[in-house]
Design a protein. Structure first.
Length: 306
């Protein structure tokens, strides 16, 4: 089935679209704002309109790199509450508590991620400064420093990752049989005209050597979807509209769990990408908008005033 451009539908079909869902799962980066955090035109009005017409909203992002309070401050104009934001850190905490996990957690991630894990009651360990390891003797010595109580390894976005930090992940997974968990799992991280290395690439190195596949606690992972279900309760997936800018994470996630799919062209996916589709056909969105602001435009034309 071909994707439908929301602005091109008849008013009757546009009205039917709004009546077809009662809850919205909305991505943030590339949907509400662009890299550098400038808001996308019409995004705030679109969110306000969705609230006004009675839609429940959850902001579903793979970004746990900054503290939640800073994230909420960025979203102040959108009227977002802490409970409405679902991030990998929330899923990681949920998953570890579900397992009644009480060992140490070795973290390759930002200080914000480590702090939230600590606040949730977990024992967090990491390298503040990696040791100088330049000889075989030093390597052998450092390998003996492995902490016996580490029972989980978490890999998430972080700039200051290094060789020894990844090697320790491998040691804990192979020698301690530690759980292997990954937070942010986007294969591409566009930023300020370039692309940053993703945690997925680091996780792949670890997986190739250990032979252990990570549990993905972010879109499009199964456990991440379970966190959404727990926060909302029983629901019909078809009554939920998933709005995102990434085919590989957002549309794949929505496809896997049966949500309605809306793709915005303000982030990872361009109009050219849409016209020259290189992904699995099943990931094609149900609806396409140039930006989330189109929701406000259509709602206004239908008489839903802000």
């Amino acid at each position: 089935m071909a994707s439908k451009k929301l602005l091109d539908l008849s008013q009757e079909k546009q009205k039917a679209f709004f009546e077809s869902f009662d809850t919205v799962f909305c991505d943030v980066d590339g949907v509400l704002w662009k890299p550098g955090h400038s808001a996308i035109e019409g995004a705030q009005e679109a969110i306000e309109t969705l609230r006004k017409i009675g839609k429940k909203l959850f902001f579903v992002t793979n970004n746990s790199a900054v503290p939640i309070d800073m994230y909420l401050a960025r979203m102040k104009g959108f009227g977002v509450t802490r409970e409405e934001v679902i991030r990998p850190i929330r899923a990681l905490i949920w998953y570890l508590k579900k397992l009644k996990f009480d060992k140490e957690v070795y973290v390759v991630g930002t200080q914000a991620l480590k702090d939230e894990l600590k606040e949730a009651g977990f024992k967090v360990v990491y390298n503040e400064v990696s040791p100088m390891v330049e000889t075989l003797e030093n390597i052998a010595k450092q390998l003996q420093q492995r902490r016996p109580d580490v029972g989980a390894v978490i890999v998430d976005f972080v700039i200051n990752v290094d060789y020894w930090g990844l090697q320790q992940c491998i040691e804990y997974i192979t020698k301690n049989k530690a759980l292997f968990l990954i937070g942010a799992s986007d294969p591409r991280l566009p930023f300020m005209g370039t692309t940053l290395i993703s945690p997925v690439q680091f996780a792949q190195i670890i997986q190739d050597i250990t032979g252990v596949s990570p549990k993905i606690l972010s879109k499009p992972g199964k456990e991440f979807n379970e966190v959404l279900q727990e926060n909302i309760g029983p629901y019909d997936p078809k009554s939920i509209l998933f709005i995102g800018d990434s085919v590989e994470t957002d549309m794949a996630f929505a496809t896997e769990y049966g949500y309605q799919k809306m793709l915005t062209l303000t982030g990872l996916t361009s109009k050219e990408d849409l016209n020259n589709w290189r992904h699995d056909q099943k990931f094609k969105p149900d609806y396409v908008v140039d930006s989330i602001g189109d929701l406000y435009t259509v709602a206004s034309n239908l008489g839903f005033k802000n």
